[in-house]
Design a protein around this ligand. Sequence first.
Ligand code: ATP
Ligand code: MG
Ligand code: MG
Ligand code: MG
Length: 563
Amino acid sequence: MLASRLYSPTLRELPADAVVVSHQYMLKAGMMRKIGNGIYSFLPLAWRSIQKVEKIIREEINKTGAQEIMMPIVQPAELWQKTGRWDVFGPEMFKLKDRNDREYCLGPTHEELVTSLIQMDTTSYKQLPVSVYQIQNKYRDEKRPRFGLMRSREFIMKDGYTFDADEEGLDKQYKLMYDAYTRIFTRCGLTFRPVIADSGAIGGSGSHEFEVLADSGEADIVYCENCDFAANIEAVDPLTVKCDIHNDKEKELVETPGQHTIEMVCDFLHAPVAQSVKAVVYNVDGLVVLAMVRGDHEVNETKIQHIYNAINVDMASDEDLKKVGLTAGYISPIGLKRTKDFDILVDPTVMEMQDACCGANEKDKHYIHVNPARDFTDVRVETIRQIQEGDVCPHCGGKIVRCRGIEVGQVFKLGTKYSEALHATFLDNQGKSHPFVMGCYGIGVTRTVAASIEQNHDDDGIIWPVAIAPYEAVIVPANNKSEEVMAAARKLYEDMEDSRDEVVLDDRNERAGIKFKDADLIGYPVRVTIGKKWQQSGCVEIKIRRSGEVVEVPLEEAKDKVL
Ligand code: ATP
Ligand code: MG
Ligand code: MG
Ligand code: MG
């Protein structure tokens, strides 16, 4: 590729929303452009890296016996209604209607679709296992799209699905995929850790995330220095401290936004608000209201479950809620619980809580007909502390380290959640019908490219791992004016280009300084400079981007040294 022809328009001024390095460098180096909020076009350099990641994925996933397919992006609503996820995904799903008013979504993931697809033609245990995957655009109307490719609304995902006759078969597939993921991220040149994960909205019985270790990551990871314990903090049981306190100053409590209420209560109780206090429990004449302080994470069922387990409560119904004059309007149904000591417990979701905090003077919208000043008497605080840096490892007694991670992939043992909901069954050798035992396996392809930049860069630009660099090398003729230098550069380029399409010749009519700057920004792993030295001694300079190491070799040897 000739740099004069390469469509990589570099930027000098960065938009204000580009706050993480991968986002900044990808815009600056002309790798991509923003089209809408969380929606990007990929220019040639980004697209080459993405395709390299995809190639590595295909090679390794094919080795597991999985076969590549392609499913539609547009998915009928009925499938999602059958599993209940039309509502669970809620506003994160892009929904649309056709001219006949039928509802569809743009696939945020494909468990429903693949289950119904495989069910069509797989009827016997003899056809199992089935393992399929695709690499495709996914759509999620993220609440906060940000950080460029790290959290976008349209992104490329590799999603794979396995169908087995029993748990044992699933365990085998899971292990195959787990190992393939380990090879994929290793080949991509990333420093990562597989960590125990919470299965979240996807559901199921076991899960690992593959986390690229980087300070800009949104995931909170703990791992042991001594053994192989590593987990997303969401999946670790919180350490709980309880305290029962009698509130004799209830009149000071007034109706306020959620977060503020909690802060007031904590203040009133002389309890620390910070990260450590995650929930406040109000007892309103036998009615218990659990209000959660927003932590770093979005709410999920497991986390709420931890809290309820800690205070020993069970699920209550919508009717229970109505009986005590509460409306479920803003209240997550998963938060309604019946307690042994109290009638009902209501949990406004963390998300809603945050909404309430954001709006100025917004009245607390989580419960109605409740006047805290009048109703809240006995106040208890649940202080929930999560595992911290320096804690003792629950498994081996080693030291716990806490760090940030970028979730680039996740594997799940789904079990029969989707096959049961969609009546996807096969017949065993006795002619008895069973639901498929499923697994699902995702990789964020575009996020992987961004994560690689988060982990590999310096102040001058990107430092690509060779395996996923857009091009492996750039040839820089340092003196454009010299016909001799240009001819030598062109000759070397043609030799290299012939063997592999991995080299850029910077033939632009620019000063050497500008070419070097762009080479560092784009992050070519190797730079070959042909300049004065070559004219004097016949040697070219080979510079390794990562180490800064420079070697001089005769021009004729350059090709073998670089490729
Ligand atoms: P997150 O926790 O970051 O929201 P997720 O757990 O919702 O991700 P999965 O449903 O596990 O994501 O999807 C599989 C993979 O797709 C993730 O591991 C991640 O690499 C990628 N991914 C998910 N959401 C996005 C997004 N908005 N932008 C880019 N990649 C994403
Ligand atoms: Mg998500
Ligand atoms: Mg996640
Ligand atoms: Mg995930």
